[in-house]
Design a protein around this ligand. Structure first.
Ligand SMILES: Cc1cc2nc3c(=O)[nH]c(=O)nc-3n(C[C@H](O)[C@H](O)[C@H](O)COP(=O)(O)OP(=O)(O)OC[C@H]3O[C@@H](n4cnc5c(N)ncnc54)[C@H](O)[C@@H]3O)c2cc1C
Ligand code: SF4
Length: 329
């Protein structure tokens, strides 16, 4: 009966970053930040999580838009996924990110959903979203990693009690592009590499990023290094729209003629964080970008993987997506 009816909370709508940071510092864990609300409102409508206060960031104009900066770009955290998908500079220099943003959810969700919210969203594990008392929710078991557990969507790498995966499509592209996350707090700003921004359960099982209560992700910077490189983004899901990845790949290749000089291969939905496949990256340096190279190195991708009862299919799927990325399918 209560589903779709949000519980009462105090709503704050600051229009400057300073006001938002003051509120975030004052409210601490009680101040739930909201960009587009597409992840947050699910939790609140389902009443699986509650908060006494919401800080709506969407009125802070300074946190929106794409700016050229130091030969790279800076994207405000409140920029919507549709704006990223359509932005001319991103499309011409970093089309990997435009492709990833364009594969998130549905057009309606991309119109409202922000880059910051997409990167900071919580995991979609069925059990956890259903409100059970699993490890991640503060309990003492994982319901997905049991003989009967429904774990088709779950992790094949890096599990540590929790086998939930990162749901964000843009996260994988940004790790591949060596992006940097700009995080503000009342005492100043810190800049964290994208690869260190996401947190696995071995480090902290209760959160998905390094953001602390009182902090706000204000922008994402992408350096010039990968500007204009060759890119490949591909996502396999049960539905072609409005669905999370079963496995995805975000790949970037810096070329010298036909030869790969540097590569980034990052897979989504195989671990709790965007998963950089460094064994394949290393094997690609100095190789030709073609089908023969793809066939030779793709099987390196799944070394060390541990499949669960219902997700063995992720191993060949991941290898095949990487094979397709390398040969440029
Ligand atoms: C049906 C459905 C399908 C979906 N499919 C996909 C998909 O295919 N791929 C995908 O990647 N995602 C998917 N999503 C997840 C997600 O809702 C969207 O990706 C959206 O981008 C979230 O952005 P938002 O701004 O609306 O998030 P919000 O709900 O506003 O925020 C999400 C989280 O991030 C925090 N947050 C927001 N902004 C900031 C900030 N600036 N600093 C610090 N913390 C912040 C919030 O506190 C909250 O915890 C889907 C969601 C739904 C409901
Ligand atoms: S995978 Fe993680 S979130 Fe899901 S039930 Fe297990 S501990 Fe909870």
């Amino acid at each position: 009966m209560l589903k779709d009816m949000m519980p009462h909370f105090d709503l704050y709508q600051p229009d400057t970053l300073e006001a938002a940071l003051d509120l975030a510092a004052r409210l601490g864990e009680d101040g739930w930040l909201v960009g587009g609300g597409q992840d947050s409102f699910d939790w609140l409508k389902n009443r699986t999580r509650r908060t006494s206060a919401v800080i709506d960031l969407s009125g802070i104009a300074a946190l929106r838009g794409v700016r050229v900066r130091d030969a790279g770009i800076e994207i405000g955290a409140l920029t919507t996924l549709t704006e990223i998908e359509d932005d001319a500079v991103i499309r011409s220099r970093y089309s990997l990110l435009a492709s990833a943003a364009g594969r998130v959810a549905s057009p309606q969700i991309r119109n409202a959903g922000t880059l910051g919210g997409n990167l900071c969203q919580d995991t979609r594990c069925w059990y956890y979203r259903g409100g059970v008392d699993c490890y991640r929710a503060g309990g003492n078991m994982c319901y997905a990693d049991t003989p009967e557990g429904q774990n088709r969507e779950h992790a094949i790498f890096n599990a540590s009690r929790c086998v939930a995966v990162t749901p964000s499509d843009t996260a994988n592209a940004l790790v591949a592009l060596d992006a940097q996350m700009v995080i503000a707090g009342r005492s100043g700003e810190r800049v964290v590499p994208a690869a260190a921004f996401f947190v696995g359960p071995d480090i902290d099982i209760r959160r998905m990023t390094v953001i602390e209560p009182g902090e706000i992700l204000t922008a994402v910077r992408i350096p010039a290094t990968w500007s204009g490189a060759q890119f490949h983004f591909e996502k396999v899901a049960d539905r072609t729209t409005w669905d999370f990845a079963l496995v995805s790949v975000a790949a970037a290749f810096r070329m010298e003629g036909e030869v790969i000089r540097d590569a980034r291969i990052v897979c989504g939905a195989v671990a709790c964080v965007p998963w950089r496949v460094t064994a394949v990256e290393r094997a690609l340096v100095g190789a030709t970008r073609n089908a023969a190279t793809a066939d030779k190195v793709a099987q390196l991708a799944t070394g060390g993987a541990r499949a669960l009862n219902f997700n063995q299919f992720k191993l060949p799927l991941m290898e095949n997506l990487i094979r397709r990325a390398i040969r440029g399918a």
